[in-house]
Write a protein that binds this ligand. Structure first.
Ligand SMILES: Nc1ncnc2c1ncn2[C@@H]1O[C@H](COP(=O)(O)OP(=O)(O)OP(=O)(O)O)[C@@H](O)[C@H]1O
Ligand SMILES: [Mg+2]
Length: 276
């Protein structure tokens, strides 16, 4: 797939370069021929001097770069257009999960149960088969398993990214499907296997531009996690700029930032997927 993409983008690049170059060369060759022949006829008629001819040719050639810039900008504009189309497609995507739940959870530790839960991602392969568990309030559960055994899938079901194919999951005795989805998302905090960090300072990466979260809230979260040492390594503190995709940070450092993010949310159920 990547090879196909590479071939297509290389072809598009070559065609666009060749076409802009050839248009540029042909257009300005024609312009120069026309201007020179016109100028010469005016010169022989005695109405302009050699200096004027030089200026006209010089000014015509000064137009090359701006016209080229316009062509390049048009290309950029087409890229933006394609991106807007894609964003619109994404916005129109319907969630297959129904959000009909009207129940709200109280604050504090929660009890979680899985009752005969089975799940498959829509193909023939059953990923989870008849999972039963009860996790009491305030209890911690660690799940170990081979790669691909379904650990992250359990998390996706508990955070209701998917619904079980068979069986039910309850929180404090309430079926997940009966809980308002937005409310459930607020109550559950997940540090996923992949940490998503964006280009910008650490503060915005932690708060997602939520102005109600103060710097003091962030420092309280850092202190309660006992990771002041880790944080003091950033020379400019919360103003330290992070490169796109978390560049410049190690995997563990990015996960610590994700953990601070999680604590700022103060969820009642905390899930750490492959946290080192
Ligand atoms: N979106 C998906 N669509 C189809 N199959 C999937 C999808 N996500 C995971 N699977 C399959 O489901 C199975 C369980 O995947 P899961 O990610 O839950 O494993 P895991 O135990 O978390 O593994 P790891 O330790 O590598 O993180 C795997 O066989 C995987 O190929
Ligand atoms: Mg996993």
């Amino acid at each position: 797939m990547y090879q196909e993409y590479l071939r297509a983008s290389r072809r598009a690049w070559v065609i666009s370069r060749l076409s802009t170059w050839s248009v540029r060369i042909i257009l300005f060759a024609i312009a120069n021929v026309v201007i020179l022949s016109l100028s010469l006829s005016f010169y022989y008629a005695g109405s302009i001097t050699i200096g004027t001819i030089y200026m006209v040719v010089y000014f015509t050639n000064m137009l090359v770069q701006p016209l080229q810039d316009i062509a390049n900008n048009l290309q950029e504009f087409q890229n933006f257009n394609a991106s807007i189309l894609r964003i619109n497609e994404l916005k129109q995507t319907q969630n297959v999960l129904t959000d009909k739940g009207s129940h709200y959870l109280s604050s504090g530790p929660k009890e979680v149960t899985f009752n005969h839960v089975s799940f498959s991602y829509g193909n023939d392969k059953t990923v989870l088969k008849d999972i039963n568990l009860r996790l009491g309030k305030g209890k911690t559960l660690g799940i170990l398993g081979r790669t691909g055994s379904g650990k992250s899938t359990i998390i996706r079901l508990l955070s209701r990214i998917y619904d079980p194919s068979v069986g039910t999951i309850t929180v404090d005795g309430i079926n997940l499907t009966d809980i308002s989805l937005t409310h459930l998302t607020e109550k559950i905090g997940v540090v996923t296997q992949e940490t998503y960090l964006y280009q910008g300072n650490i503060r915005d990466n932690l708060t997602f531009f939520n102005p109600s979260i103060t710097d003091e809230d962030i420092f309280t979260a850092i202190r309660s996690l006992g990771i002041e040492d880790f944080f003091s390594r950033f020379p400019r503190g919360l103003d330290t700029i992070i490169q796109p995709g978390g560049g410049g940070l190690s995997f563990g450092e990015a996960q610590l930032l994700a953990l601070i993010r999680l604590f700022l949310k103060q969820p009642d159920i905390i899930i750490l997927d492959e946290y080192s």
